[in-house]
Design a protein around this ligand. Structure first.
Ligand code: NAI
Length: 462
């Protein structure tokens, strides 16, 4: 179908294409897969719905899936994360894409629905945060007359239900049909993976799932080194504030928290951390960060960043105590880490796209980034290509696995085998001039591995 897309402006396609050409030079894993599988086309026949931030890096992923034989339709998984020139380049290349930076929540769910509209329906989902999977499963439950599974980000619940009702009216039985023909899902992020394991625990997972996040070459790189570069990038583009000397609080010291704390420390901020997990708290302390209670620093810090994947981390009572012009932002997947809904009845002054100043009852003002949605993608352009290449190489391998060997899997959540994880890392070494030491047969035997790897047992934590 001609013009089967909804984007900001197709005339941005040339700019998008030039940036894509540059990104390809920084995404060696994806380019190697095009080389390795371009002839065999292992994804031939696959019809993939993608729900993942529509950025330049994602455009490179999409074109890799297409090069491997897949039909693809795409929506973004966040209302602020689309790069309109990337969407334009993909639309011009003939891939149906539905994503505009700054789209409304209603549009978000409508665009997701459109990404499912292959003439014969899709057979695979590539998800980030679980919205595409959730949409189909909630709809199928609604069609069966069952209660729908609680939606984690509750203020969206009404919008999701309205979208499901619209689709049920237009195409009775559609959700159940979609659910039954999906062969599997590969999931990008920690929050989406939590949802999948919960579905598995409750017996609600209707197809196999591959947890891409917990490939070592995903979460220990994208979540960490990606945020290390993109967090401060987002704060700077939003505020131009001097970071050196400021006191910054990072809530959560998991993979994203570690990268975020390193990002702020690298910019010269004095970083404090809050944690609930004693192991991560100990790591933060031994990495040199003071581990504090949010309540104890809320009136003295300058910058607050949530990285927990949890809800209600920065609450209204915290924001009431903050200094004038404190900066508040989130880099976790959903916006419910900060109680933004409780700020709605305050005075908001929009400074520019995705930057708002909010007046508190005390007269103090807060700078809120991306309305509490992930600020590295809302205020900047997300992680750099190189680290996303590692993530998306895992995604592509997961899609190949689900498409070519999906029948070998039960309806459970799986992680890619270690030899593929090591393959992803290996594909990224040349670009940065890494030389790998070759183990002798004797050395390999001595540490209980083979010279070709895998080099670590499953329980090794990196
Ligand atoms: P993680 O599970 O490794 O880390 C989260 C940490 O937060 C845990 O250590 C946990 O103990 C801590 N935590 C939970 N509740 C807390 C509270 N109330 N106060 C203080 N600490 C608390 O998860 P990961 O991989 O770091 O991901 C975090 C979030 O970031 C997820 O939502 C994930 O989907 C998202 N993400 C965002 C990216 C981005 O580019 N913006 C990239 C990758 C992940």
């Amino acid at each position: 179908m001609a013009d089967d897309y909804i984007i900001k402006d197709i005339s941005l396609a040339g700019y998008g294409r030039k940036e894509l050409d540059i990104a390809e030079t920084e995404m060696p894993g994806l380019m190697a897969l095009r080389e390795e599988y371009g002839q065999a086309k292992p994804l031939k026949g696959a019809r993939i719905v993608g729900s993942l931030h529509m950025t330049i890096q994602t455009a490179c992923l999409i074109e890799t899936l297409v090069a491997l034989g897949a039909d693809v339709r795409w929506a973004s998984c966040n209302i602020f994360s689309t790069q309109d020139h990337a969407a334009a380049a993909i639309a011009e290349a003939g891939v149906p894409v539905f994503a505009i930076k700054g789209q409304s929540l209603e549009e978000h769910w409508d665009y997701l629905d459109r990404s499912f509209q292959f003439p014969e329906g899709p057979n695979l989902i590539l998800d980030d945060g679980g919205d595409a999977t959730l949409y189909i499963l909630l709809g199928a439950r609604a069609e069966a007359g069952e209660d729908i599974i609680p939606v984690p980000q509750s203020e969206e619940e009404g919008v999701i239900k309205a979208q499901i009702a619209k689709r049920m009216e237009a195409s009775p039985g559609w959700f159940t049909k979609m659910r039954d023909q999906i062969k599997g899902v590969s999931e990008e992020t920690t929050t989406g993976v939590h949802r999948l394991y919960e579905l598995q625990r409750n017996g609600h997972l209707p197809f196999p799932a591959i947890n891409v996040n917990d490939s070592v070459t995903k979460s220990k790189f994208d979540n960490k080194y990606g945020c290390k570069e993109s967090l401060v990038d987002g704060i700077r583009r939003a505020t131009d504030v001097m970071m050196a000397g400021k006191v910054a609080v990072v809530c959560g010291y998991g993979d994203v928290g570690k990268g975020s704390a390193a990002s702020l420390a690298g910019a010269g901020a004095r970083v404090k951390v809050t944690e609930a997990d004693p192991i991560c708290a100990l790591q933060a302390a031994m990495d040199g960060f003071e581990v504090v209670l949010l309540e104890d620093v809320v009136d003295s810090a300058d910058i607050f960043i949530t990285t927990t994947g949890n809800k209600d981390v920065i609450r209204i009572e915290h924001m009431r105590e903050m200094k004038d012009m404190a900066i508040v932002g989130n880099i976790g997947h959903f916006d419910n880490e900060i109680q933004v809904a409780n700020l709605k009845n305050h005075k908001w002054t929009n400074i520019k796209d995705q930057v708002d100043m909010i007046e508190m009852p005390s007269g103090n003002r807060l700078i809120l980034l991306s309305e509490g949605r992930l600020l590295n993608l809302g205020n900047a352009t997300g992680h750099p290509s190189f680290v996303m290449s590692a993530s998306f190489t895992n995604q592509t391998l997961a899609q190949i696995e689900l498409w070519t060997r999906g029948d070998a899997y039960d309806n459970q959540v799986y992680i890619l085998p270690k030899h593929l994880d090591e393959k992803v890392a290996r594909l990224h070494l040349g670009r940065i001039g890494v030389k790998l030491t070759q183990l002798s047969t004797e050395q390999a035997a001595y540490i209980g591995v083979t010279p070709e790897g895998p080099f670590k047992p499953e329980h090794y934590r990196y």
